[in-house]
Design a protein around this ligand. Structure first.
Ligand code: 5MM
Length: 339
């Protein structure tokens, strides 16, 4: 295992006040987002959208790594420059999502399991040669009346650990994403309990598979009540619940933590990250940053609308969102900065 290379990549991804840009939507997810924004769901519109993102001026000042998707890693700008090279030139480390999405888990009604472990070693070798230096795998955990079950959590966390071991074998930093989804009417307390259980199992499985935590980044959900919960909570309470849960369950040796936004508005996701830094300044054993998709991209996508004339305005919004997240990582964000 090339330990130095792994640790160097992980450290670079977590550097300063930067964070990660998740632009790894599968075709199905991307189509869903485009339909909502009134953008045609063709391969050329997906390419043009990704070109708008990767050519955003000064993006490398805010973003340390960008997560691509299998389709995107082979695509280029109109001028013929591969996106992966455009990112590298901007000082952004290219990464790629390697899971192949979720399916219903046999014998576990209502629960999901992630596919993609077959042939992963060969895919990782290919992605490394193309220039990817980190990857991402997402497990989906659903809170329901009888879920998540122990069997579902164990199977998903085992896969995350097997994936992480294969990545490290190829000198690639794995981002492990065990997402407890926000759907449902569960309470903050329930989310904290389930997230804690999931994280505990994840680190147990990572240890069993001998994964070097110094070369791993955790991409967790924030601890929040379900979207339909009648008991929503304030920013400070959610930030406290999130950090307390992580402090209890995440070993200090991990390279860093980078949150998903999970359907929160861009402003709320930024405010939560900021509140964590304000409250726990100097008390966190790991770098704590963002790996948002919707919470960074949404305003830009809504403005772009698939039209060239809107590129500049959309890029400005993308850059602004990312730099507000930098401010949140420093604990310096205020809602007034939104205007
Ligand atoms: C949870 O989704 C990840 C983070 O995105 P948000 O910040 O919007 O919650 C995201 O990286 C996700 O894994 C990708 O968009 C790929 O998702 P699909 O469903 O296409 O595999």
């Amino acid at each position: 295992m090339k330990t130095d290379e792994l640790i160097n990549t992980a450290t670079a991804l977590m550097t300063g006040d930067k964070g990660l840009l998740a632009m790894d939507e599968s075709i199905a997810t991307s189509s869903k987002r485009f339909e909502e924004a009134g953008i045609p769901t063709t391969i050329e519109y997906r390419r043009a959208y990704r070109e708008m993102i990767v050519t955003t001026p000064n993006l490398g000042k805010c973003i340390s790594g960008a997560i691509l998707f299998d389709e995107t890693i082979y695509q280029s700008t109109k001028k013929g420059v591969l996106f992966i090279d455009t990112l590298k030139k901007a000082g952004i480390i290219p990464g790629i999502k390697v899971d192949e999405g979720t399916v219903d888990m046999a014998n576990f009604p209502g629960e999901k399991i992630t596919e993609g472990i077959d042939g992963l070693r060969q895919r990782l070798e290919k992605y490394y040669d193309l220039g990817a230096r980190f990857t991402k795998w997402r497990a989906v955990i659903i809170i329901g009346e009888d879920s998540p079950t122990k069997g579902n959590i164990e199977a998903n966390m085992h896969l995350l650990a097997r994936y992480a071991a294969l990545c490290q074998e190829n000198a690639i930093v794995p981002i492990v994403e065990p997402e407890v989804v926000m759907d449902g009417d569960h309470s903050l307390k329930k989310c904290a309990k389930v997230t804690g259980k999931v994280l505990k199992e994840l680190f147990k499985q990572l240890a069993k598979q001998k994964v070097d935590l110094r070369g791993v980044i955790l991409k967790p959900n924030m601890v929040l009540p379900g979207i339909k919960s009648p008991k929503q909570v304030g920013i400070d309470k959610a930030a406290k619940a999130t950090v307390e849960c992580l402090l209890k369950n995440v070993p200090p040796t991990i390279a860093g933590v980078a949150f998903l936004s999970g359907g929160q508005s861009p402003q709320l996701a930024t405010a939560h990250l900021n509140a964590m830094h304000v409250k726990y300044k100097g008390k966190l054993p790991w770098p704590l940053t963002f790996s948002f998709a919707r919470a960074i991209q949404q305003p830009a996508m809504d403005t772009w609308k698939g039209l060239d004339k809107n590129i500049k305005a959309a890029q400005k919004l993308l850059y602004t969102r990312a730099s507000l997240d930098n401010a949140a990582r420093r604990g310096e964000y205020t809602p007034e900065m939104e205007s």
